[in-house]
Each structure stands twice: as C-alpha cells, then as structure tokens.
Ligand binder design. Structure first.
Ligand SMILES: [Zn+2]
Length: 461
C-alpha cells in the first residue's frame, strides 16, 4: 500500500529527534523507530512512575513470535489467534487493543496506578454458557469481516497458544440472564403475553441468553464493504482520528484492527442453536443505541417503544416454538453521538415553522454534514456469526437494515412495523420523515403537505 510519508513525518519530529535510532535519511523517518525515551514529557505520578520511561512505537514489522492471522480460514488453528494485548508486545498481531472504546479507560487505570499493565486475565469459569458455531459462514469469503467468530471460544480453540504464553483475550462473552421490563410486565398484566415459566416467568422476567461482542475488523474486507481501497481506509482512519494508530499507515502487514468503538450486545429468546436452523421461526430486531429513549424514556423518538415491542414479539415467537433475537449496536444517535443529536433537537424545534417532518433529515445534515453515520454495511456480520440463513419476522422498518441484511444473502420473510399506538406524539415527526424516506410501512406514506405540518413539541412546552 502507499504511505503518505509527509503526513507521517510531520507527526514524528518531537519524538524522533530524541532517538539515536533515527536514520540520517529523512525519507523513511519512522519505520525503524521502535523505542524512544520521552521521559521529560510524562509526569512522574502514581505507580505509573514504576513503568518503563519510554514509549514503544510499533512502526516496526516482524515482532518475535507474532502468530499470523489467516482471516476466514476454516478452522481456528489455521486462522490463528487475535493477539491485541500489550503484555507481550512482540506477540501482537493486530492494530489497536481490546475492549473497544473502553481501551482508553484501561489506559487511564494504568496511568493512575490502579492496574498493572502486565495483568493477565484469569479466565477460570468464564467460558460461554452456549456454544455458537462453528458455521459455514465463518469461512465463506467476505461474510464476516468485523468480528472474530472464534472470539468466544479462545480458551478451547487456542489452548496450545495460551499454554505457550500467548496472552489471548476473548472478544465475545456469552451468558444467561433474566430481563425484567415494565412494558413486558404490562403486556403480561393486560393478557398480551402469557407466562410459561420457560421463556417468561409469572413475575415478568424474560429468560435470555446474551452475548457481548467487541469489534474486530479485517481491514481488506472492511474497505471492500465501503467501496474504497484498503490504503485509503487506513489513511483516513489514521488521519481522522488525529493520528491515533500510526500502524494503520506504517504496518500494512497487520491487517486486523481493534477499533476504539462500541460493540454489540445480543439478547436471544429461546435456544441459540435454533438461530441457525431456517426451519425454526426467527423473530429478530437489529436496534441501534438511543440512550435518551432506550434508558431514559425520552419521547422524541420511537426507540424504546420499538425495542420493547420487539422483545414482546421475540418472547411470543419463542413461545410458538421459534427463537427471538435482539441485536443491539452501540451507535448512539445514528453513530453521530449524543452531543450532535441534542444539537439537532434544538435546531429542529427552533427552526421557523416548528418541528416538521419535511426538515427532519435536513436539520441533522446541517449539523453533522450527513443524515446518518451508522452505515449498516457491517451489521449483518453478527447474523452470519450466529449461522442465520433466514429471518422469518424482521421487527424493523428501516430500509437500510433490510437492504443490508438481504444483500448479505439472508432471506427475510415478514417485516413487522411498530404499532401506531406505541408511537409517542412527539416522535410523529421522525416517523413521518422516515416513512417518506423509504422506511417500511403497511399503511399510507405521508404526502408533502402532511410533512410540512409542525407536529413536534416546542422546546419549552
Ligand atoms: Zn431514539
């Protein structure tokens, strides 16, 4: 791949000038710098003072003992483990570190002296409650590019490597839970749901299997999904994060990136093994995080009502002999973040003419530059990890999600919209705008006149 040497060298001088290893030839300013002292820059505070007083740059190919990754290989042994820990840097075979955005908190814990950076996880009794796969999709070219299908079972499939001293961490964890939601209790009390003691207890607890998944990106295939070259993807990821991961541009041999973003959580109602059986009715919702509505009940959107409706549908599906799945992605505010989202709310409600559906997307675009950054291109990976071939009932109106899932080769049967009575009054603007933009609805699509009507509350109402 091509490397923009000008932009790399501009990030290096304060460090490189202190290093005796920098070559006189300035055309290759970074590739041989492995370790440089910058002790005057770091404050000597807490236990961090006991750590080595130099920074390890990783712009240097060929760590001793780093295992190769053959992404998409049929077996775990052929694929090789993802080693993103910093305890033994020579073993690292990826860019970035584990835990997504929480990698920064881990760094803070080390900086504060609360965490020994050499700590190795004791994985006793942490193995998955349910085994997922392996499924044929795991090794079909280009099917799974943004998570590690072997991420839940590293203790089994990489036991030899673990015994040899490789610090391999799970990127997926699977456990059991009871989830208790007021909407489900209300459905039970009103008779819409019936307790069976198997999927739903008499006190309204839904019995689920849940999985947490961290992002693991195979860069060559991620680039393909977004229609750009791998070199461009690497350069833009590097530049637009302020140069956070220099290896994106200096280490083209490292093809796997653990991005510092939120992951996904799965809630499975019924037997997880049934997800891969196209004969078993699957009810599924893919839900993108909306803290304001999901957790705090804000009524400007339909997120929580749609989520709890999907959970109700999943419970009923499981009780019919099927299986239910809610895949929850950390993509707050269309992946624009909550600050942008709240700015947009103000812009919508203060605009001349009030909060109208016809200006709904325009107001987001004015603030963010785009309508949406969720880009559903990577979303279907999780379905392929679960072995899913058919979704009988997709609880979503999003045409983007529908297109991404069906475009990835998964058959979709019925589409289930949110019932009108669950749409909060202030969320009518969003719902009308989305239906006019192509979201699925079995009813009438609002016309231009309808979209001009101010339906959202004012800011002080
Ligand atoms: Zn929302």
């Amino acid at each position: 791949m091509s490397v923009d040497t000008a932009s790399i060298s501009s990030s290096v001088p304060p460090i490189a000038t202190t290093s005796p290893q920098v070559p006189a030839d300035a055309t290759e300013p970074t590739v041989v710098v492995e370790s440089v002292s910058i002790s005057p820059i770091l404050p000597a505070a807490g236990a961090a003072a006991a750590t080595p007083r130099h920074i390890r740059l990783t712009s240097h190919a060929g760590g001793f003992g780093a295992l190769p990754i053959h992404w998409g290989a049929a077996t775990a042994t052929e694929r090789g483990p993802v080693v993103g820990t910093t305890t033994k840097r020579a073993h690292r075979n990826v860019i970035g570190t584990h835990s997504g955005s929480y990698s920064v908190y881990r760094a803070l814990a080390v900086a504060a002296g609360a965490l020994n950076p050499q700590h190795k996880a004791d994985l006793t009794n942490t193995s998955p409650t349910d085994v997922i796969g392996p499924y044929p999709q795991w090794s079909e070219p280009g099917r799974i590019v943004s998570l590690d299908p072997w991420g839940a079972t590293i203790a089994n499939v990489f036991s030899n490597e673990l015994a040899a001293g490789y610090d391999i961490r799970p990127t997926i964890a699977i456990t059991k839970a009871h989830v208790i939601l007021p909407e489900v209790i209300e459905a039970l009390q009103s008779g819409r749901l019936k307790a069976d003691g198997k999927f739903l207890t008499p006190n309204g607890a839904a019995i689920v299997t849940k999985a947490a998944i961290e992002p693991v990106w195979y860069l060559p295939e991620v680039a393909k999904r977004f229609g750009c070259s791998e070199a461009d993807l690497r350069r833009v990821l590097f530049e637009e994060t302020g140069g956070m991961y220099p290896e994106l541009v200096t280490r083209s041999d490292l093809e796997v990136f653990l991005p510092p973003i939120g992951g996904q959580t799965l809630y499975i109602f019924g037997n997880p093994a049934d997800l891969a059986n196209p004969e078993v009715e699957l009810t599924a919702r893919i839900h993108d995080e909306c803290n304001g509505s999901d957790v705090f009940g804000s009524d400007i959107c339909t997120c929580r009502p749609y989520l709890t409706h999907a959970i109700e549908e999943c419970i009923m599906g499981a009780q019919r002999g099927g299986v239910g799945l809610v895949a929850y992605s950390r993509k707050e505010g269309r992946a624009l973040g909550e600050v942008t989202k709240f700015l947009v709310y103000n812009a919508r409600k203060r605009q001349v003419g009030g909060d109208t559906a016809d200006q709904y997307f325009a107001r987001t675009e004015c603030v963010a530059g785009v309508q949406d950054m969720r880009f559903q291109e990577l979303m279907p990976d999780v379905f392929h990890w679960l072995g899913i071939k058919k979704i009988h009932r997709l609880v979503s109106m999003s045409n983007m999600k529908f297109d991404a899932i069906s475009g990835s080769g998964i058959e979709i049967g019925e589409r289930v919209n949110i019932p009108d009575e669950l749409i909060p009054a202030d969320a009518r603007v969003e719902m009308d705008a989305k239906m006019a933009a192509g979201y699925f609805t079995p009813g009438a699509v609002p016309d231009a006149e309808e979209l001009k009507k101010a339906k959202g509350r004012g800011l002080t109402e």
